[in-house]
Design a protein around this ligand. Structure first.
Ligand code: P6P
Length: 350
């Protein structure tokens, strides 16, 4: 890509892409298209801040903690506020929910109420901000299920199978937006000169041949036997249930989920954050189902991969609460299914 000049006859902006996709849905009203564009706009605004880092006096902590008990970084707060304000008045949404906010965010009665539900993690991996590590934003879009009036918690606690669209942005060497609306997964790279997202990764598919595994191996002593053996299998040091060894693959883990996930989506591999016993908060894993696991699972499935909590597809899980955590295995289908097999054999004592 670095030495590839952009073929200006084939420039496809994200707006044109969304409109082309909308054409294939005659029943479409264009509201989802507008909502997806709102998300792209929010991504541009957040990218403009994350790329300035220490120059904008926005690094560092706010001195407050969020619902997760995590320190809120200035950029977290900025991203959270930005997404809410860009979306609260458009008339496209009935309700929002954010990783940074304890309760749902109903649309004010002074604005028109729409038919979509937006859940988001405004800035995942933000603990890495001060180290200039890539971070990301994750979006999940549902149809409301409540009849009318302000949206409800029930609207936000839907299974991932109901997702209408999902997207993430990764703010790295370049800013990319990756999304699916159920018709494949497509990636766009922000051209900061013209301020446009250009289609650079049409029809992303998880490579059949995995190259990486991503997990925080520092916690290995807290894992179950099945997960320890699965990890040894990925290293080529443990046979699978049929006595077969695989060639070891490389560990790549940067502690910023969107960045780790993006590498595996494009390069092939598996990301996992299992349940562990190091911290009572994480006996169900650390990552959240509603606005992290489910949207990334929808994108992965649309790209030919799959996901699991160790025994069930993340998209089939019925959330009980907005911020519930889940063990997460996501990426190459063979590897995720092999993880489930190790857990079945060694942890469930089948
Ligand atoms: P650990 C970042 O704080 C985050 O929520 C994810 O982005 C990342 O994958 C995970 O936590 C890293 O957690 O325990 O490995 O530092």
């Amino acid at each position: 890509m670095l030495n590839q000049t952009i073929d200006h006859d084939k420039i496809n902006t994200i707006e044109r892409h969304f409109l082309d996709e909308q054409q294939s849905h005659p029943e479409a009203t264009g509201i989802l298209t507008s909502l997806l564009y709102d998300i792209a706009l929010a991504g541009k605004v957040i990218a403009s801040q994350t790329s300035r880092g220490g120059l904008a006096e926005i690094l560092g902590k706010t001195g407050t903690t969020n619902i997760q008990g995590e320190e809120v970084m200035k950029l977290d707060e900025l991203a959270d506020r930005m997404i809410y304000r860009l979306n609260d008045h458009t008339g496209r949404l009935a309700v929002m929910a954010s990783e940074e906010q304890e309760d749902i965010l109903p649309i004010s009665t002074r604005y028109p109420i729409g038919k979509y539900v937006l859940l988001y993690d405004p800035l995942d991996g933000s603990s890495n901000i001060n180290y200039n590590v890539s971070i990301g934003t994750i979006f999940a879009i549902y149809n409301r299920i409540s009849e009318n009036g302000p949206g409800t918690l029930e609207d936000c606690l839907q299974k991932g199978r109901n997702l209408v669209a999902a997207s993430y942005l990764v703010y790295g060497a370049s800013t990319m937006l990756v999304y699916t609306a159920g018709m494949g997964v497509h990636g766009f790279t922000l051209d900061p000169i013209v301020g446009e997202f250009l289609l650079t990764h049409p029809n992303i598919r998880v490579p059949e041949k995995p190259k990486y595994y991503s997990v925080n191996q520092g916690y290995e002593k807290y894992w179950s036997e099945g997960i320890r053996r699965f990890t040894k299998y990925l290293q080529g040091d443990e046979p699978d249930a049929y006595g077969n060894y695989r060639k070891g693959i490389s560990l790549r883990y940067i502690g910023s989920m969107v960045a780790d996930f993006h590498r595996n989506l494009l390069g092939g591999g598996v990301f996992y954050y299992p349940a562990d016993t190091k911290d009572p908060r994480y006996t169900s894993g650390k990552l959240r189902l509603c606005y992290e696991g489910a949207p990334l699972a929808f994108i992965t499935e649309q790209a030919g991969g799959t996901s699991s909590n160790g025994s069930q597809n993340l998209l089939d899980l019925q959330p009980d609460s907005l911020h519930q955590r889940t063990p997460m295995f996501i990426g190459n289908r063979d590897l995720v299914e092999t993880a489930e097999e190790f857990i079945r054999i060694y942890d469930n004592q089948e």
